[in-house]
Design a protein around this ligand. Structure first.
Ligand code: ZN
Length: 145
């Protein structure tokens, strides 16, 4: 993928291996990557106030897992929008087991967040609907990891 100025989120997300088992497609529109200043950052497209914080929490878990596994250096000298886990980089240890383990944790964090949002005024339906896909994500990623 080309690294142009600014972010072409769609192009990046298409190439994001972490969207490979995203049952909603909604999370595929959100991801994490580099902020252009050496730090990790979330890119959250979800604008629903009932669910966007939970989508962000999901992506933040991926950042926490990446930091735990590879440290904080993956974004050093990388442009804004760069995704360190993109396949072209063949990041050591970024394998099937890791992908499922990080998705498992991310969906659990997301689901716990959505469960709280269900109790917030005006968010019951939206948060509940999203919990179905979060639970699907848990189901498809947490077995055997
Ligand atoms: Zn994810």
């Amino acid at each position: 993928m080309g690294l142009r100025a600014g972010i072409n989120t769609y192009a990046y997300v298409k190439d994001n291996p972490e969207s490979f088992n995203d049952p909603t497609g909604l999370l595929a529109a959100s991801t994490w990557g580099c902020d252009g200043q050496g730090n990790y950052v979330t890119f959250v497209i979800d604008t629903d106030p009932c669910t966007s914080d939970c989508t962000k929490a999901h992506e933040q878990q991926h950042i926490a897992d990446a930091k735990a596994k590879w440290g904080s250096e993956l974004c050093r000298n990388k442009p804004k929008g760069y995704i360190p886990t993109a396949p072209e980089d063949a990041l050591p240890g970024y394998n099937w087991a890791y992908k499922h383990a990080t998705e498992c944790r991310a969906y659990r964090v997301e689901d716990a967040c959505l469960a709280k949002m269900e109790g917030k005024c005006g968010c019951k339906d939206a948060a509940h609907a999203r919990r179905y896909s979060a639970l699907e994500g848990i189901d498809s990623n947490c077995n055997g990891t």
